[in-house]
Design a protein around this ligand. Structure first.
Ligand SMILES: [Zn+2]
Length: 586
């Protein structure tokens, strides 16, 4: 019903509208690699008569095409709504696929495209994800690690110096703004999904584990080509980006179940933080709700366990190590600025965490033992966490760390004759912008407000960080002319215009007992701090993602498909085509 201004109500017949038509999964315009498994589901908006249903695929009865009939659920979730669910089906023949559904009154038509992946070109694929890496982080990393003179950079980042570049659109099936679950899922499955969901289409039922699944690239690579799988991150390994390489759930926060799914998927290398959900409930530091000891389970399944950089390097060096689990912190690991210089965050508790480059080196050593090749996802995941927390110094340092890992991978691949497709991309953007420099050396009086020290245009000049060390990191961030990176999405917070030397920024604290947040008073007394009223809903405790395209660069066999403007689901296609991961031709 549409309520008119005059108060008269007008009933509109909506029978032809998608609002009340059947929902079909996979969704309209889905692209499916030949032979990849998926769950086929039809959700009817009403309770329907099974005898009246007609479902065809390219004009033939769906059960004949898929080889079996679906389960009919007459009252899904106990409501007056029916559904058809058929798990684990596949389509082999490339071409358009028209699915038509009718319940006798209402009907719906969707079209999918099944595609062939062509011949294999790459032995391995390494997908680097800079979580939430905005162009500002990237330029900041370039300025700090390479330097600049008379406007020209004194060097290139490894991720910039690649032959193929594309802009990648990141919207999800439910929103123009994605989170890391559905954005990583688009890369790992080639299908759109919804916020908080991975490896599934988020359906209407309450159960977070019954949603229609789509197959991941890790499953295809293992099932089809017996390739090895590696997942490397600086966040908890259960977090959205690493989890989306294997998991199927609409609830990314279901860490206990995600650990179960990680175990079931058996990635050959799994490195990051997040041991809390591997430990049985009664163990110190555990966050599990049950007494299952997943560290013991992984060990029993043949995995070696590393908890420090030393153990990781030693285990990777052993010729017999073929399955490696590394859990270096109970929660997220710490970023480069804290680990190497400031010793803030969790570094005192976990002083021997490896660098991302050490994690990558260990992964490459172990995974390359498989002659069938490997798929490896490497995430610099704290770029995003720091951007949420308005901590731009730390986000930039972890972008430098990502670039060091990219360089290592490129050097490794070039020694092997470039048999490896290497992609570097964020999963979504953060609304961060480099607007100039913050200048304590400007000739303003000492009592001028800090905002008067923000150098814009010609007053920005160039920052004066110390020359970077061999790994590209300046030893200090509290210099007198530093980068001014600001976010366009803000919770209430105190802007101090200064790097946070004692640990990552913590911009908000709980407000009144109503679920809202307010500026963290910890920073109120910092000289020159100003209260910045937020521009986001008060229930947000942090900055948020933004919906602009992200920059993907690529090199190696198959990378020529990276070009122009792409959808995030096409990144999956680039990888499966490089690996020849289709049924056709095999
Ligand atoms: Zn995020």
């Amino acid at each position: 019903m549409i309520k008119l201004v005059s108060g008269v109500t007008l009933t509109v017949v909506l029978a032809a509208s998608p609002v009340v038509a059947q929902t079909v999964y996979p969704i309209d315009r889905a692209e499916i690699v030949s032979g990849a498994q998926f769950d086929f589901k039809v959700e009817f908006p009403d309770r329907v008569d099974q005898a009246k249903l007609k479902v065809t695929v390219n004009g033939r009865d769906y059960a004949a095409v898929f080889g079996r009939a679906a389960t009919f659920i007459e009252r899904e979730d106990g409501k007056e709504q029916s559904a058809l669910m058929l798990r684990d089906v596949a389509l082999e023949k490339p071409g358009p696929v028209v699915v038509e559904v009718s319940d006798g009154t209402k009907s719906r038509k969707v079209t999918w495209t099944v595609y062939d992946a062509g011949p294999r070109q790459a032995k391995n694929v390494i997908l680097f994800i800079g979580d939430g890496m905005s162009p500002a982080h990237r330029v900041g990393a370039r300025l700090l690690s390479k330097g600049i003179a008379e406007g020209k950079s004194l060097g290139k980042l490894a991720m910039d110096d690649m032959p193929h570049t594309a802009l990648v659109a990141t919207a999800g099936s439910d929103s123009i703004i994605t989170d890391s679950a559905n954005s990583a899922s688009a890369y790992s499955t080639g299908h759109k999904s919804a916020v908080n969901a991975m490896g599934v289409y988020a359906d209407r039922t309450r159960d977070a584990f019954d949603d229609p699944k789509v197959e991941t690239i890790t499953s295809l690579a293992k099932r089809r080509l017996k390739m090895s799988i590696g997942i490397v991150t600086t966040t908890e390994v259960e977090d959205a980006t690493p989890a989306a390489m294997v998991a199927h759930t609409r609830r990314r926060a279901a860490y206990d179940e995600i650990v179960e799914q990680l175990f079931a998927a058996r990635p050959d290398v799994l490195l990051g933080g997040g041991s809390a959900n591997f430990l049985p409930k009664s163990a110190a530091g555990s966050k599990r709700k049950d007494e299952v000891d997943y560290i013991a389970r992984f060990r029993e399944a043949g995995y070696s366990l590393a908890t420090t950089a030393g153990e990781l390097n030693a285990l990777a060096a052993k010729p017999e190590t073929r399955q490696l689990l590394g859990l270096f912190a109970t929660g997220n690991m710490d970023g480069a600025l804290d680990r190497k210089f400031l010793k803030g965050g969790g570094v005192k508790k976990f002083p021997e965490q490896p660098d991302l480059t050490e994690q990558l080196q260990a992964a490459l050593t172990v995974l390359s033992k498989n002659e069938a090749g490997f798929f490896l996802m490497v995430e610099s995941g704290l770029i995003d966490k720091y951007a949420h927390a308005l901590d731009f110094d730390r986000a930039v340092y972890d972008t430098i760390m990502l670039d060091n890992a990219v360089r290592l991978a490129r050097d490794w691949a070039s020694k092997r004759g470039d048999d490896t497709l290497i992609l570097v991309t964020p999963d979504h953007n953060h609304p961060n912008a480099l607007v100039g420099t913050i200048n304590h050396d400007m000739s303003t009086t000492s009592d001028a407000p800090m905002r008067e020290r923000v150098g814009v245009y010609e007053k920005a000049g160039f920052p004066n960080y110390p020359a970077p060390d061999a790994d590209g990191y300046p030893s200090r961030v509290d210099v007198s002319r530093r980068l001014a990176i600001f976010s366009a999405s803000l919770p209430d917070h105190y802007e101090t215009f200064r790097p946070k030397l004692d640990g990552p920024n913590d911009p908000t604290m709980k407000g009144d007992d109503d679920g809202t947040f307010k500026a963290n008073e910890k920073y109120k007394g910092v000289p020159g701090a100003v209260l910045r009223p937020g521009n986001l809903p008060a229930m947000m405790n942090a900055s948020v993602h933004s919906g602009e395209d992200v920059i993907l660069t690529a090199t190696g066999p198959g990378s020529e498909r990276v070009k122009g403007s792409m959808d995030n689901t096409e990144v999956f296609r680039v990888m499966v085509e490089a690996l020849g991961l289709a049924t056709v031709g095999q």
